[in-house]
Design a protein around this ligand. Structure first.
Ligand SMILES: *Cc1c(COP(=O)(O)O)cnc(C)c1O
Length: 346
């Protein structure tokens, strides 16, 4: 046997419970489909372009993002999904053995990325109102603090005051993961990435922008931070096609994205009504999904899958307990989920 890394022995492969279901509301992707400009790029893409490497560090996408954000290209980095951006940020700022702290509950990938990078972690529970406790996060002394707003899986947002307090007092870098910012009521925290030298905001094309299968994510922050992340990421993380599609969507499909976001938010609240009618109490949400606390959620999700509807189940979440996370999208899918859920509650 080839000797392997001891620290990798217990790392599981990512495999949320899944079987192909007619209705899949389990991953918060855009259930309305792919934006039209991306589809056109795919149809018109030339085969020759695929036999050569892409240009390094996705300069076209970087440029368009920078232009739309009103920053220079040196303030933007991209990656193979924001998963890759987050992983690269951890690698860029933390030596193995150093401490990453994150809010709890939050994005399930963070502890995994930490483990893969040999980091120690501390999880700081969200307060009862789902805001972060700034003093507690800061007092860990962690060189990197991860925040997520709107938060996956709860859907709740962090207050401006708490986030600003963390940023002011943090001993090192603050990552603010805004994968769902497009669905939120407020403007989010991009301005902090522009004005503070210790903040990176990450975003993705996988949720509102309908390109999860193409794997495109990005981050914005001070050029000195971004330069370190670019070192950690490697030059060819975006494929030629992915970059071209993302650029086209930014340039041409803002209206399409906005309309689908509005529909997802409207249907999310209609779904909330249906859940309340079943006697459930979904958490407040500013994402394209609802979290519904429900004892025995994994069993309920399994019975829903038997009825051809896939939703994500969580067990024993800090401050929440067992819960289902149900993605929003076209109403007929949500209606099917409500029927399956009603039949699966016991
Ligand atoms: C979906 C998600 C991401 C990752 O998305 P990519 O597909 O890797 O861009 C990052 N953070 C949160 C909180 C998410 O829910």
């Amino acid at each position: 046997m080839i000797p392997t890394r001891a620290s990798y022995r217990d790392i599981p492969l990512y495999s949320p419970a899944k079987r192909p279901c007619r209705v899949d509301l389990s991953d918060n992707t855009n259930l309305f489909g792919v934006p039209p400009a991306a589809e056109r790029v795919l149809r018109e893409s030339s085969l020759e372009s695929l036999s050569r490497y892409p240009r390094g560090y996705a300069p076209d996408l970087r440029g368009v993002l920078a232009e739309q954000l009103g920053v220079t290209a040196e303030c933007v980095t991209t990656g193979c999904g924001s998963d890759d951006v987050l992983d690269s940020v951890l690698r860029a700022f933390l030596e193995p053995g150093e401490l990453l702290v994150f809010q709890d509950p939050t994005f399930v990938m963070m502890p995994l990325f930490a483990q893969v990078n040999g980091l120690r972690t501390a999880a700081v529970p969200l307060r009862a109102d789902f805001d972060v406790e700034p003093e507690w996060l800061v007092s860990t002394g962690a060189k990197v603090i991860y925040l997520c707003s709107p938060n996956n899986p709860t859907g709740t947002v962090l207050s401006r005051a708490a986030v600003e307090r963390v940023v002011e007092r943090a001993p090192g870098l603050v990552i603010i993961d805004e994968a769902y910012a497009d669905f939120a009521r407020g403007p989010g925290f991009l301005d902090l990435a522009r004005t503070c030298s210790n903040v990176l905001v990450t975003r993705t094309f996988s949720k509102a922008f309908g390109l999860a299968g193409m794997r495109v994510g990005w981050a914005v922050g001070h050029p000195k931070l971004v330069a370190e992340v670019e070192k950690a990421r490697g030059p060819y993380k975006l494929t030629t096609l992915a970059e071209a599609m993302a650029v086209a969507v930014l340039r041409e499909d803002a209206g399409w994205v906005r309309a689908r976001v509005e529909e997802a938010v409207e249907n999310r609240e209609r779904l909330r009504g249906g859940l309340v009618a079943l006697g459930l109490k979904p958490l407040p949400s500013e994402g394209n999904f609802l979290m519904v606390p429900l004892p025995g959620a994994p069993g309920v999700a399994e019975r829903m899958r038997e009825r051809d509807v896939n939703v994500r189940a969580f067990q024993g979440l800090t401050g929440v307990g067992d819960a289902l996370r149900i993605g929003s999208g076209p109403w007929p899918l949500l209606e099917a989920a409500l029927v399956a859920l009603r039949e699966s509650l016991r």
